[in-house]
Design a protein around this ligand. Sequence first.
Ligand code: MRU
Length: 385
Amino acid sequence: MRIRGRRYRTIWLAADGWSVKVIDQTRLPHAFVVRRLTSLGDAAEAIRTMVVRGAPLIGATAAYGLCLGAREDASDRSLDVGRETLLAARPTAINLRWALDKLRGVARGVPVEERVGVLYAAAAEICDADVRACEAIGRHGVELIRAAKVGKRGRGPVNILTHCNAGWLATVDWGTALAPVYAAHDKGIDLHVWVDETRPRNQGANLTAWELAQHGVPYTVIPDNAGGHLMQRGEVDLCITGTDRTLISGDVCNKIGTYLKALAAKDTGVPFYVALPHSSVDWEETTGSAVPIEERPEREVTHVEGRAPDGSTVVVRVTPEGSPVANHAFDITPARLVTGLLTDRGLCDASPAGLFRLFPERRAGKGDPSPPARMAESRVPGGGG
Ligand code: MRU
């Protein structure tokens, strides 16, 4: 990603070689602030308070969090306690557990005094692998967008609707749902993105809009309830969202409101794709109701934050004093509503057969499909397993 002419990732090691720098996403879009994390507690707090967010970036931050903890104490007991602390920071994104289990596995069998170096190397590889995976999602996804463009026979840009933020801010770089958008835009394919504002945290209005603008991609922010209307009018050619956890059944857990967009897409015949790296697949769970759905503070619903004309940040109440509130952060979109899963190994059906076709090593319940990933051929449009 390029911000004001400078290349960034969302997470990197500071010049001291051990502390960790992240972009403070709670300050965007109005201020670009970099935060330094120096302890496992800092990393857990950054995840919990959504200084960093988005499933792959949560995983990467947790990995470095465990490294920071290991600098203090790299014993088995300390690593186990650190893992539990980081796991408790946010419950839904599977990448958190995936990254921690990977690091915990790497440390096993390594003498305690050698563990810090080994863990840092593994955390760096998690970040590099995420970038490679997201680039691959972009390469595969371009073909979907190109096919949509051909299908339009020159009638205007390809209109893509996305929900929440699944761009480079949600990953280490490139993004999941937005990786194909950036790749297609860079190849000169005429496109435009409908950006769901994504109440209550406004990840669409704040983050997706900001990063699309940084990259020069045409976009329009819409209220969360507008997507169905636009689909009925033929103004959406395809939907692409990210996911915090996709079950082996093909059911997709993502930001609250994703399900409603998928329902509208099904009703109007708009293809609905979900983009994900392999680290977002839950290879064990088949039942959506078993996924822990994070419930966040009432204040995110009762209040909104924005920028006042004098440049200060203001927070104002939007509900009557004392209103009861529910704030479920994620929902489950059943596989039957998903046209295809756009993975780092290509496109597949949202089904066990589809996922196992691309990741056969997981059928035996073993092996991690980490890059260098075998690149399966993309199939467009409409998935296929
Ligand atoms: O609550 P958030 O902002 O962490 O939720 C993020 C999302 O729902 C994204 O769509 C998801 O993590 C996929 S990101 C690549």
